[in-house]
Design a protein around this ligand. Structure first.
Ligand code: FES
Length: 105
């Protein structure tokens, strides 16, 4: 599938996150101190939207049961989450933020 433009850099301020849907996949984009990261937007515990949670540095806290994930690695970081969340490749070209969603839809 290749790279798809998801947002513009100005759309997400540092310390904020935003959900987008690309090819039917719910993706969360995070701006961590000017660096962009992307994960699945669906918590691996009980399917809450991570972008409705709280971004604390490199960690997103799920709004439903406060499980945490590292948004850089996808690793689970705190009960009740045990399964990592999928991470997507992301690059910035000029003011465009591009994500590679792979071959799935
Ligand atoms: S749904 Fe995310 S921690 Fe339970």
């Amino acid at each position: 599938m290749g790279w798809i433009k998801a947002i513009c850099t100005a759309d997400i301020a540092a310390g904020e996150c935003q959900g987008v849907e690309l090819n039917g996949i719910e993706i969360a984009i995070y701006n961590v101190d000017g660096r962009f990261h992307a994960t699945s937007n669906i918590c691996t515990h009980q399917k809450a939207y991570l972008t409705e949670g709280y971004l604390d540095g490199e960690f997103i806290e799920c709004p439903l049961h406060q499980g945490r994930f590292n948004v850089v690695t996808g690793d689970a970081d705190g009960a009740p989450v045990t399964q990592p969340v999928r991470v997507f490749p992301i690059v910035v070209e000029g003011t465009d933020v591009l994500i590679d969603v792979g071959n799935e839809s």
